[in-house]
Ligand binder design. Structure first.
Ligand code: CA
Ligand code: CA
Length: 549
């Protein structure tokens, strides 16, 4: 028992002699800094066993330096300051007992007692106040961020609905293109002879006669209108210029007759009329010739005749004839072509059905073809209609593709973020007035510099990417803390202007500072709620899955 007592009593003595054996040891390694029963200790890398007394004896014994955590005796080792009341930190062991107080070690534990004051209480309090304020901002910003994410999902739904609508429109338009192509091909590929044969159709001939008759009527009608106008003028002259004192009955009768026909008051009454007295009669008289018999259904009014007849007369009868032919054509029962469908695999059937009509027309073409040239003039209108329809189809397809890409972009980590939190800010413009200039950052678009007192506005660059550093993984929070805008207006005798925008979490989208670090190299700082990640505790409270909705 006695040797044990001596040993126990000697331990605190040796501990007070030098620094504590665990000085400079980080909390995770503390359990490893205990002596064995025989009073020895193994270096952390296991390479050597040394007496426990050799730990922190200011002499390097272990190859990995692990026996000197609290002194600067071993090169390239770290010293841990506990910093009670604040947060623990590491410093290089070379700074231990060098006579200088380290900022990182607010407890002064890197120097002998009494050398450095312990400031951890004040620093810790200050740190916590600052941190609480930051957390408050982060919490508020995270709420805004959640609304951005909800927006991205709405936007995705909206775009997807648009895409679907466009797909339906495209289907309809494809059928239209196919129909018009068929007509155009038929009219173009028809031999002159075959076309002539078709033109012998009584229906077509009747159309031509109707057309010729209508044209003649139109011409005659125009002539009569001219003539009526001229006669009216003659009679008007007679009406106002004849002398009633001669009592020439033939003239008076002609004047009366014209007045009745043209709805005019008698010339002798014109002067006598007092305002309001005979006005009603006159009005009745004047409107009398305008009341015409009602039109039969489908008949044209004088106005339609004047404005719509030319368009009707310009009808492309050849296209109409071909279209009519296709319209009344019944499927040919028993033909090989139509039986073919029963031999085709199901996957090909819809395509086959779509082009069946075209195929029939082609076969018919080969059947009648005689090597003649086509009637190009007749088919030009059909071609035009076909090309117009095709252009429209192309436009629809482009629009659909654009929207499909937009959908993909929303949740792209290289674009608007994995949760689409940046989509809401696409094109949002933020301004910063620095006195001489106003800087405008349109997110994901362009940065501009506008002089406040007149002058040229320069582009400082167009959006290029998020943080391009190879050390930062796309999708990680750090990735979204930096935006790069490149290829702005070239500086005079210099490079193109460009901007690095450094962002942090904030409740507002704002540009805080603008600096030209080097010629034409700008650094902006700013804040955005899109960077405010939900606090871990808050996320759990909210069920954690809210963002995924
Ligand atoms: Ca040692
Ligand atoms: Ca020091």
């Amino acid at each position: 028992m006695v040797p044990w007592l001596i040993l126990l009593a000697s331990l605190p003595l040796s501990a007070t002699a030098g620094p504590s054996k665990t000085l400079g040891v980080s909390p995770d390694l503390l359990p490893k800094y205990t002596p064995s029963k025989s009073g020895t200790w193994k270096c952390l890398d296991g390479s050597k066993e040394i007496p426990w007394d050799f730990v922190n004896d200011d002499s390097c014994d272990c190859p990995d330096g692990s026996d000197e955590p609290g002194t600067g005796a071993c090169p390239n080792t770290r010293f841990y300051c506990k910093n009670e009341g604040h947060i623990g930190a590491f410093i290089p062991s070379s700074r231990v007992n060098d006579g200088l107080c380290e900022v990182q070690c607010c407890d002064g534990s890197d120097e002998h007692t009494g050398v450095c004051p312990n400031l951890c209480k004040e620093i810790g309090e200050e740190y916590r106040t600052k941190r609480d304020a930051e957390l408050k901002i982060q919490r508020a910003g995270a709420k805004v961020r959640a609304s951005y994410i909800a927006f991205a999902h709405q936007e995705k739904k909206r775009l997807e609905a648009d895409v679907q609508k466009l797909a339906e429109e495209i289907k309809v338009q494809e059928k239209e293109v196919s129909r018009l192509r068929d007509i155009a091909e038929r009219s173009e590929s028809l031999s002159q002879a075959a076309l002539e044969q078709k033109k012998k159709s009584p229906l077509y001939q009747s159309f031509l006669s109707h057309n010729a008759a209508l044209k003649s009527m139109q011409r005659e009608h125009a002539k009569h209108l001219e003539r009526e106008k001229a006669l009216g003028l003659i009679l008007d002259t007679l009406r106002t210029g004849y002398n009633p004192n001669y009592q020439d009955m033939a003239v008076l009768e002609a004047v009366r007759g014209w007045e009745e026909l043209a709805g005019l008051p008698h010339i002798n009454d014109v002067g006598k009329e007092k305002e309001g007295e005979n006005k009603d009669d006159t009005a009745k008289q004047e409107t009398a010739p305008e009341t015409e018999e009602p039109l039969e259904e489908g008949m044209w009014t004088a106005d339609q005749l004047q404005h719509q007849l030319d368009a009707l007369l310009g009808t492309d009868y050849v296209s109409l004839l071909l279209e009519h032919e296709e319209f009344i054509q019944a499927p040919i029962d028993g033909s090989i072509l139509f039986e073919l469908s029963s031999y085709l695999p199901e996957s090909i059937l819809p395509i086959y059905e779509d082009f069946k009509d075209t195929l029939v027309s082609w076969l018919q073409k080969f059947h009648v073809i005689s090597g003649g040239t086509d009637g190009a003039a007749d088919s030009s209108r059909a071609q035009q209609a076909y090309h117009d329809a095709e252009n429209e189809l192309e436009q629809l397809n482009t629009e659909k593709e654009t929207k499909e890409n937009d959908v993909k972009e929303i949740f792209n980590i290289h674009g608007f973020g994995a949760k689409g939190e940046w989509k809401k800010l696409d094109g949002t413009c933020l301004e910063k007035d620095t006195g001489d200039y106003t800087y405008e950052v349109c997110l994901f678009k362009e940065v501009k510099q506008r002089p406040n007192n007149g002058g040229t506005t320069f582009s400082l660059g167009k959006f290029e990417s998020w943080n391009p550093s190879p050390d930062v993984k796309p999708g990680e929070p750090e990735y979204y803390q930096k935006q790069v805008y490149k290829h702005g207006t070239r500086c005079w005798n210099g490079p193109e202007r460009n901007v690095v925008l450094l962002l942090t979490c904030g409740t507002e989208n704002a540009i805080l500072t603008v600096q030209e670090l080097e010629k034409c190299e700008y650094e902006f700082t700013g804040t955005s709620p899109a960077l405010c990640l939900p606090l871990v505790g808050d996320q759990k409270k909210a069920g954690g899955s809210r963002e995924e909705l």
